[in-house]
Ligand binder design. Structure first.
Ligand code: C5P
Length: 312
């Protein structure tokens, strides 16, 4: 049989988006070490794809965009996608094996929940590939076990996050597109290290995290300018203290025309909210001229979803 007619085993691809925290209020650490959060998540059109194919044994491969540090992603059992497969296997009491190929567009250790996107995409992809018929409730439960940001990566859109971030309530607000410029750093920041630095800088942090009320009100108006004024991140000060150049970058993007720049989650990615697609392209161009990688994306977008149907 000619090579081109050989059948490729059935597979499918699931795509999951990066997140930005429009509000990230952090309280004093709980007894389990996690910090109580009140956060407003939004999803943006910067994605990781997870392709799964049937296989007799587990294997994991990776392809990455130029702005992603592929070497920072482990391909062994510590990868969160392998953890997602094990969690599904325990739930269904059966082996969950596949060939998995991750295509990363989301920077690693960037404060954009790239690993969480991979976990969410893998849960959905492996569930479909192996016809596991996992209920939505079980998928959300497994997602929360895998990481605080994984449930949101299943939902997408805009959502309120409480608990340690894993208790997600979708928000039915105006979903006028928001235009962002996303500026990754060449070196990631460890999320636990940024939380530890928050503890060191804020020994008197309140038990209750700061309320998201201002961001929630601004979101309802659909005005990017109103939203820009309310963006808030308790992890910004510790991230800038660890990486002072992030403060300079925020000022530079705002001078170039962004409505507001803010550290994304635990950083070091800085995201700029802009008034329109044109303004975002202008800000990205100005930052690129000074040697930064600057990506334009809009949101909100859908959570983990199948993009390529089974191939045969
Ligand atoms: O839940 P996830 O695995 O993403 O968390 C990574 C680390 O970030 C935790 O081990 C913890 O150190 C820190 N973290 C935290 N409080 C949160 C979320 C994460 O202290 N609400």
């Amino acid at each position: 049989m000619p090579e081109s007619f050989r059948r490729v085993p059935a597979g499918l691809t699931v795509r999951a988006p990066a997140k930005i925290n429009l509000h990230l209020g952090v309280g004093a650490p709980r007894p389990d070490g996690f910090h109580p959060l009140e956060t407003v998540y939004t999803s943006v059109g910067l994605y990781d794809d997870v392709l799964v194919r049937p296989a007799a044994a587990w294997s994991l491969g990776l392809t990455a965009a130029d702005h992603v540090d592929a070497d920072a992603v482990p391909l062994d059992d510590t990868n969160i996608v392998a953890a997602a497969a094990r969690a599904l296997g325990i739930l269904h009491d059966r082996p969950v094996v596949a060939h998995v190929e991750i295509t990363k567009g989301i920077p690693v250790a960037g404060g954009l929940a790239g690993g969480s996107a991979d976990a969410a995409a893998a849960l959905v992809a492996l569930d479909r590939l192996l016809d596991l018929e996992t209920s939505d409730e079980d998928l959300l439960h497994l997602a929360a076990q895998l990481g605080s940001d994984v449930p949101f990566a299943l939902y997408g859109g805009h959502a309120l996050g409480t608990g340690r971030g894993e208790v997600v309530t979708p928000l039915d607000v105006n979903d006028e597109p928001l235009w962002w410029v996303i500026v990754p750093s060449s070196e990631g920041l460890s999320t636990p290290a940024v939380y530890r630095h928050f503890d060191a800088l804020s020994p008197d942090a309140p038990a209750e995290p700061r309320s998201a009320e201002h961001v929630l009100k601004a979101l309802e108006t659909g005005s990017a300018l109103a939203l820009a004024r309310t963006l808030f991140n308790d992890l910004q000060a510790p991230a800038i203290d660890l990486r002072p150049e992030l403060g300079t970058l925020i000022a530079q993007g705002e001078e170039a025309g962004a409505l507001r720049g803010i550290v994304s989650g635990s950083g070091p990615t800085v995201v700029f909210l802009c008034g329109s697609a044109d303004e975002a392209r202008g800000v990205a161009g100005a930052l690129q001229e000074t040697g930064h990688t600057a990506l334009v994306a809009n949101g909100p977008v859908a959570g983990a979803h199948v993009v390529a149907p089974p191939t045969f």
